[in-house]
Design a binder for this molecule. Structure first.
Ligand SMILES: [Mg+2]
Length: 241
């Protein structure tokens, strides 16, 4: 059975800085872009203080001082080195691996038994942090697209398993579902449909009446929302080549 894991290094740049300076574990840390222009990595505690991604530094100098925050200049050579060490550690445990980005490799877990996957992933989490100091989280699914981590569920989620799928749906806000859009979100929430799981279990007659054919397609197993019509003339031109 096809099964892929997307391993995500948690707050990767910040975690790398903390490996070399563990006293920063208890302090909010941010990493700045080249020339220290803006924030490019923020852990949750920095987000909570109100520092936005790519916010220019001059906008939050006062916040840095108020919250005794540490701000590091980025060190991409060091991050690349640690990323290679994470990949090497993963390669010792899973033979089929694809590096997707500096902090996100895909693992092909298709050859592992379903029952063994949770223990394997927990073992990988422990081994990676022991060997490299970097905390990682897992999203597991039947395709690479569906292998997404769900922070609300902690460090592991395997949606190939119906029990985990239900937990993931329950942890997904209905407005985040592809194709629901803002106007359906309001309609659904008024009717007590707050999560993707509520939506899956919702009365089809009611959703069809209000959400029309797109809503029906969205809720049919294996389907996806209708694609927008493309510019036919241009598309035909391309196809003829
Ligand atoms: Mg990450």
């Amino acid at each position: 059975m096809p099964r892929y894991a997307l391993v995500d290094c948690n707050n990767f740049y910040v975690s790398c800085e903390r490996v070399f300076n563990p006293s920063m574990n208890s302090r909010p840390v941010i990493v700045l872009s080249n020339n220290d222009g803006c924030a490019v990595a923020r852990p949750n505690e920095a987000k909570a203080i109100g520092i936005g991604m790519e916010d220019p530094v001059f906008k939050f100098q006062e916040l840095i001082r108020q919250h005794d925050m540490a701000a590091y200049s980025s060190n991409y050579a060091m991050y690349a080195h640690i990323s290679r060490r994470v990949t090497l550690t993963l390669g010792l445990m899973v033979p089929d691996l694809q590096v997707y980005s500096i902090d996100e490799p895909f693992l092909d877990l298709s050859t592992f038994r379903t029952a063994d996957v949770p223990d394997l992933c927990r073992n990988i989490i422990k081994t990676v942090i022991r060997n490299t100091g970097i905390p990682v989280s897992f999203g597991v699914g039947p395709t690479k697209t569906l292998a997404k981590k769900h922070p609300a569920l902690g460090g592991f989620c395997d949606i190939s398993d119906p029990v985990w799928l239900e937990r993931a749906l329950a942890a997904t806000e209905v407005g985040k579902v592809w194709g629901v859009r803002r106007r359906y979100e309001k309609f659904l929430k008024v009717r007590g449909i707050n999560t993707a799981l509520d939506l899956v279990r919702a009365d089809r007659g009611m959703t069809k009446k209000r959400m029309g054919v797109n809503g029906t397609r969205l809720l049919s197993p294996g389907s996806e929302p209708a694609r927008k019509k493309k510019h036919r003339g241009f598309k035909n031109l391309l196809q003829r080549d």
